[in-house]
Every structure is written in C-alpha cells, then in structure tokens.
Ligand binder design. Structure first.
Ligand SMILES: O=C(O)c1[nH]c(=O)[nH]c(=O)c1I
Length: 312
C-alpha cells in the first residue's frame, strides 16, 4: 500500500502533513517537519509584519484535544516566503504550502500581490478562519466578505491556491459557502479549522485554563472529529470536482485519517496530535493507515477516497 496523493498538478509521497500553526513557526520547526515522514508541510499563517500574538498561557492540552488562543503570532510573510523560496530550490520534489491570514482584506490582497510577484511555486492557503484575534471576526463566517475577498483576489492571483475554512453547523451554510467557492479557480478547500471560542476550566482553581479572551479559544483534537468528517463530506458533495479537499480535525490514529479520506480528503492535516506527540506522529499514522488499508484490501488512497457509504 502506498500513501501517495495529489492536489492539482502537485504530487505528494504521503497523505499526511501538519496543520498550519502547529510546529511550523520557525525555520528549525519547518525543517523538522520536512525531515519527518509527512508528505509536505504548511507554514504558520502569516501577516504582513511579525506579530507576538496573545499573552500566555494561550495553549493547553485537554483530555480529548486542545484549546488555543495563540492570536496569530508569526514571523511575518517575508520570513516564510524566504523559507519557501530556499526550500523549493533544495527540495524541488516536495511542493509546500504557504499560509496567509491577513487581518483585513487589504492586508490579504497586499500579501497575495507579494506572493504573486515572487518565484514561489507551491500552493497558497488563504486562512479565512482564525478565531483568536480579539476584535476580528472570522471572514469564513461572513459570506459577503468571503465573496468579496475571493473576487478581489482572483482578479489578479494566478498561483495555485485554496482556503482554510472554519467548521459550519448548518446545511444551508454548506450550500451557501459551496455556491461561493464554486465561482473561483480554487485548487483546494481545507476543512476544518479549530472549533472557535471554546472554554475549559482548571478544576483546582476554578479558573479558565488559558489567559486570552477570558479563556475563550479554538478547540482541536478528538472533540473535532465528527465535525471535521461532516464538513469534509458536505463540501465534497457540493464543490466542483476540480476543487479538492484537505481534511483537518480529530486525527489521533490511522483510522481517523482513513475516515477523513473516505469523506473525500486528498490530504490529511494533523494539529493537536502533532503538537502533543511531535513529528514522530507521522511515522505512527503512516503505519496505522497502511494497516487499515491492508485490512480493507486497498492499495492506494484513490481506491477509497470519497467512498463513504450511507445506509439505503
Ligand atoms: O490563534 C491562532 O493563531 C490560530 N489558532 C487557530 O486555532 N486557528 C487559526 O487559524 C489561528 I491564525
């Protein structure tokens, strides 16, 4: 069994990669991802200039996942673009993802121009779903703004791109969002980002676990699995087949990854598990996914991608 997969013209030798924001802030972290069994990597969502983000404690592991309110700390777009340009020279066989998360439409368009005018030849992930910047509502929950940002973006942007979406919880929202996304030359949709604005409590002190926003933060890990599966499946059923799915959320073992692929995912991103287990998680996930595929008699990801059955 092999785990090679593709998005558009880009080939990957393994279906696993990191979720943006996890172990991908610095060159050293990115190099460690590149040296792991992951098929590729994505950089931390960038803003035009370096950000320190929210005050700590801003991340906490939970019994069934994690809570984070990092607040978009990052080294700035130039840092990650420089890394990407060096990386593609050294590893032409491994296309990577550059994630951007502008705090305004103007910032997103300015960063898109910078990337468009560069020699970057990988894929760009426009993060429309950061839940943790105080005072900044998520673009992904504002359909008119999403339509506007994508319209202005694709007026000039020609490099391969996709969007990172928040979880939706209503079928009418899947319909509305898919109708918008189908209007644009997107190569992929990455679903889901963390479950926005969760809250967890320290039992010793009756205090919110993390500091920012009175303890409100995005929830990841096993808590997110059923929502991630539904979002990937809903968009796979609604999007133009030219737009492929990246599945993110709730991957703790090979079977969780298998399920996201059944739902329609062409790549599987790992967040909380990677944060807690380290890049060795990709070795275990690869072994476990191969084992599930073997049991089912599948040799390739394409044998079962999107083949979720329903009861008739
Ligand atoms: O707080 C963050 O930095 C963050 N945290 C998340 O859980 N998702 C995001 O897209 C971002 I930009």
């Amino acid at each position: 069994t092999d785990l090679h997969t593709s998005i558009d013209k880009f080939q990957f030798n393994n279906v696993f990669m990191n979720a943006s924001g996890v172990r991908c802030y610095t060159k050293d972290e990115l190099d460690e991802l590149a040296q792991s069994d992951a098929g590729t990597l994505v950089t931390k969502s960038a803003t035009q200039t370096k950000r320190l983000g929210n005050p700590s404690p801003r991340y906490a592991p939970l019994e069934l996942g994690s809570i984070n309110s990092m607040g978009l700390p990052n080294e700035g777009l130039e840092y990650y673009l420089d890394y990407a340009l060096d990386f593609q020279k050294a590893h032409p066989e491994k296309p990577i993802f550059l994630s951007v998360a502008g705090l305004s439409m103007e910032e997103n368009l300015a960063m898109a121009h910078t990337i468009e005018n560069s020699d970057f030849n990988g894929l760009v992930e426009f993060n429309l779903s950061c839940p943790n910047v105080p005072g900044k509502p998520q673009t992904g929950y504002d359909f008119d703004r999403t339509q506007e940002v994508l319209t202005n973006l694709f007026d000039f942007f020609t490099k391969p791109a996709g969007v990172k979406l928040p979880p939706y919880f209503d079928l009418a929202q899947f319909d509305q969002m898919a109708t918008i996304l189908n209007q644009f030359p997107l190569k992929f949709v990455n679903s889901i980002n963390s479950l926005g604005n969760g809250l967890m409590i320290d039992p010793e002190t009756d205090t919110a676990l993390i500091k920012p926003k009175g303890g409100f933060g995005g929830i990841g890990g096993a808590y997110a699995k059923p929502i991630a599966l539904a979002n990937v499946r809903a968009f796979a059923q609604r999007l133009d087949p030219k737009i492929q799915l990246i599945g993110t959320g709730g991957v703790t073992n090979g079977r969780d990854a298998y399920d996201l692929i059944l739902a329609g995912a062409s790549l599987v991103q790992v967040g909380t598990l990677l944060q807690e287990e380290g890049t060795v998680a990709f070795t275990r996930l690869t072994r476990e996914l191969r084992a599930v595929m073997q049991t089912k008699g599948y040799n390739a990801i394409s044998d079962f991608r999107g083949q979720l059955k329903v009861l008739s």
